[in-house]
Design a protein around this ligand. Structure first.
Ligand code: PEP
Ligand code: MN
Length: 350
């Protein structure tokens, strides 16, 4: 159920509707839009009597939402969600493309700084590196943990880049939330509902990667888990799915971008690194991702990929990243987008 407020509804009127919803034992999710505020209702086991709201002042309409995802749906919010980073000009969603780059794993301070310096020089606004790695083998490099989080915080101070890193469980979630600007939830955890709910109780943006075999509905329902707890800052990320095709590590499903955009207001990035697993396929698919209308791309970059402790074969060189930025910059206007170069950080907002 969705309560649509009149365009001129006051804050007090919106609050009164929320109070009424909470008094009924349900949860109210006011989502302000450009024209009007809509209030999503969750936690109701069945139909709610429309009459409970129709007569409240400021209410324009009461609508039944038929889709299983409500807060992630365009029914609740027509306009695209834009996630902003206070004190900077960076955003994910909206007119500007968001470019996320960095190594799969933070391996050392030197490695991380070498890569950060070069991706910042090419104009990336977001630096992503793994501190906690969900590896297929328990014997593979598991990440530097808190030390990596500290290195990334230094990188934010030095280059202004906003930091994205993965949390793999409820314990690392708290740590990542303390240090990073965006919490990544990886493909393997897309249906870890306990983790999704915990992330929903935080007030930090969450980058949610598509599960290896998740359908569109399952993907949006995972986002809904986070939003149902009150965290509406969800960024979706397509990273390829498992298919019979074996010329790439995964099959990058670019058609999910327009499919998501039709149903949901949430921004969606594309990760052609995990999506292909092969360095020579990353640039072509990054170009395609922008052309298809993605809100940005996430790529793995390493200055010495042959020595990388994880995902070396799919990591592009910093020189290739520079080429990718030039190419994306040219494609962007065709799809009515702009590629910002570099991040502007207000003094005191590091
Ligand atoms: C990663 O981003 O390094 C990663 C492990 O990605 P995914 O969860 O998409 O496999
Ligand atoms: Mn990786």
């Amino acid at each position: 159920m969705l309560v649509v407020m009149k365009a001129q509804a006051t804050q007090e009127e919106i609050q009164a509707v929320c109070d009424q919803i909470e008094q009924m034992g349900f949860r109210a999710h006011p989502l302000p839009g450009a024209q009007r505020t809509a209030i999503g209702i969750t936690g109701n086991p069945g139909e709610i009597d429309r009459g409970s709201f129709e007569d409240l002042s400021g209410v324009a309409d009461v609508i039944r939402v038929s889709k299983p995802y409500k807060l992630a749906s365009r029914d609740v919010k027509e306009e695209d969600t834009i996630i902003r980073f206070p004190g900077t000009d960076a955003a994910i969603g909206g007119q500007n493309l968001a470019i996320v780059a960095g190594p799969c794993s933070i391996e050392s301070r030197e490695q991380a700084f070498a890569i950060a310096e070069q991706v910042a020089a090419s104009g990336a606004q977001f630096f992503r590196g793994g501190a906690y790695k969900p590896r297929t083998s328990p014997y593979a490099f598991q990440g530097l943990g808190v030390d990596a989080l500290k290195i990334m915080a230094e990188i934010r101070d030095q280059f202004g880049l906003r930091i994205i890193t993965e949390a793999i469980d409820n314990e690392t979630l708290e740590l990542v939330a303390d240090w990073a600007d965006v919490i990544q939830i990886g493909a393997r955890n897309m249906q870890n509902f306990s983790l999704l709910k915990h992330a929903g109780r935080l007030r930090k943006p969450v980058l949610l990667k598509r599960g290896m075999s998740a359908t569109l509905d399952e993907f949006l329902m995972a986002a809904e888990y986070i939003m149902s707890e009150g965290n509406y800052q969800v960024i979706l990320c397509e990273r390829g799915v498992r298919t019979f095709a074996d010329h790439t590590r995964n099959t990058l499903d670019l058609s999910i971008v327009p499919a998501v955009q039709k149903l949901s207001h949430l921004p969606i990035l594309v990760d052609p690194s995990h999506g292909t697993g092969k360095r020579d396929k990353v640039l072509p698919m990054a170009r395609a991702a922008v052309a298809v209308g993605a809100d940005g791309v996430l790529v793995e970059v390493h200055h010495q990929p042959d020595k990388a402790l994880s995902d070396g074969p799919q990591s592009i060189y910093p020189s290739q990243f520079a080429v990718m930025m030039d190419e994306i910059e040219q494609i962007a206007p065709v799809v009515h987008r702009t590629l910002p170069r570099g991040i502007r950080v207000e003094t005191g907002a590091a």
